[in-house]
Design a protein around this ligand. Structure first.
Ligand code: PHE
Length: 355
């Protein structure tokens, strides 16, 4: 009878030395195939004497189980080391600079917000923010626009509940109230952000952007407002001379109120800002109404000031010659490639706002 121990150690050596799945498969056939080592041993069981048969067969069986287990184990070891090899070889160093990449663009609206922030911060305005979901009090009542005031209808408000308390803010003016309520005067802030009205055509989108400005201090008058807006328009459109017109208007939260138009002309199919005899409205403004100051716990005898609200999307359209507002919000990557800005070119007053 063969030496089972010798056979066993031969088999285990073979298994141990297998380098990959394929060679292990070959070894498996060598052991368990039709003419395999263990198959042969089993064939011989029948020729043994009765009393040895049982013992020998049970030895063979346990050898068989051991070999199968060892093959399984080896297979999973090989799989694991294959994975490890792959991980090792395909390791990516994410800190290396890219070889080919698609560089994203800054949306014109974000660009304009960066530009106006830079312009106003130069003359001492800081940036404030307020929530898009407002309540009726901040959006209307505190701004001297009580219930049933006709100005509420003009705002085409999206209400969020039946009691008409929660709404999507229709302008950035509620940030005036929030700013004044949370600290003490003086205030000199701008507040860019999204605003919402139920309106949609070539120049209106249900979501659009405004920039609120608020300057409250002792002895602030309409001259400061004009000076500030002249400075802003010249800087923003990057021109030395501008034609600006203040047209009397009405807002419940300012008194007196004005709308500001900017002079322009169309030359060779392109818009030229600051010259010509056409006018385009770009913002609403005025001296903050004493009732608004009172609502925001500011003493209107001691303090007064001006506020303004600019349409940011309009500014972007004018400055960058974009004629359909809806394209701003369609997320067409080709449009953004064309009208977008380089992310590394952050607008500053000294390096230039736009290039
Ligand atoms: N909130 C006004 C609007 O959306 C604009 C505005 C702001 C007017 C501040 C005056 C003062 O139309």
């Amino acid at each position: 009878m063969e030496n089972l121990n010798q056979i066993e150690s031969d088999i285990f050596n073979k298994i141990k030395n297998a380098k990959e799945r394929e060679s292990l498969e070959v070894i498996k056939t060598e052991i368990f195939g039709k003419k395999g080592i263990i198959t042969d041993l089993f064939k011989k069981v029948g020729s043994l004497e009765q009393d040895k048969r049982k013992e020998y067969a049970s030895k063979l069986n346990s050898l068989k189980t051991k070999v199968i287990d060892s093959i399984e184990k080896k297979l999973s070891d090989l799989d694991q080391s294959e994975i490890n090899n792959k991980l090792q070889n395909e390791k990516i160093d994410v800190t290396l600079p890219g070889r080919s990449y698609f560089s994203g663009k800054i949306h014109p609206v974000s660009q304009v917000i960066d530009e106006v922030t830079s312009i106003f911060s130069e003359i001492g305005f800081s940036v404030e923010e307020g929530p898009d979901v407002e309540n009726e009090y901040y959006n209307f009542s505190a701004l001297n626009t009580p219930e049933n005031h006709p100005a509420r209808d003009m705002h085409d408000t999206f209400y969020l509940d039946l009691s008409k308390d929660l709404l999507l803010r229709t302008h950035t003016s509620p940030v005036q109230i929030r700013t004044m309520m949370k600290s003490k005067p003086p205030f000199k802030i701008i507040a860019p952000g999204r605003t919402y009205r139920h309106d949609s055509d070539q120049t209106h989108s249900p979501m659009f952007h405004q920039l609120e400005g608020l300057h409250i201090d002792k002895n602030i008058n309409m001259g400061h407002l004009k000076g500030c807006l002249y400075y802003f328009v010249k800087k923003f459109f990057e021109v030395d001379k501008v034609k600006i017109r203040f047209r009397p208007s009405h807002f419940p939260f300012t008194e007196p109120s004005a709308e500001v138009d900017i002079g322009y002309k169309i030359q060779d199919g392109k818009i030229k800002i600051g010259e010509g005899d056409k006018w385009l409205e770009i913002l609403g403004c005025g001296m903050v109404h004493p009732a608004v100051l009172k609502n925001a716990k500011v003493n209107p005898i001691q303090y007064q000031g001006y506020a303004f609200g600019v349409g940011i999307d309009r500014l972007a359209m004018l400055k960058y010659g974009i004629n359909d507002l809806r394209a701003f919000f369609e997320n067409d990557i080709r449009w953004l490639e064309f009208y977008g800005f380089d992310p590394l070119d952050i607008p500053t007053n000294y390096r230039g706002l736009s290039r």
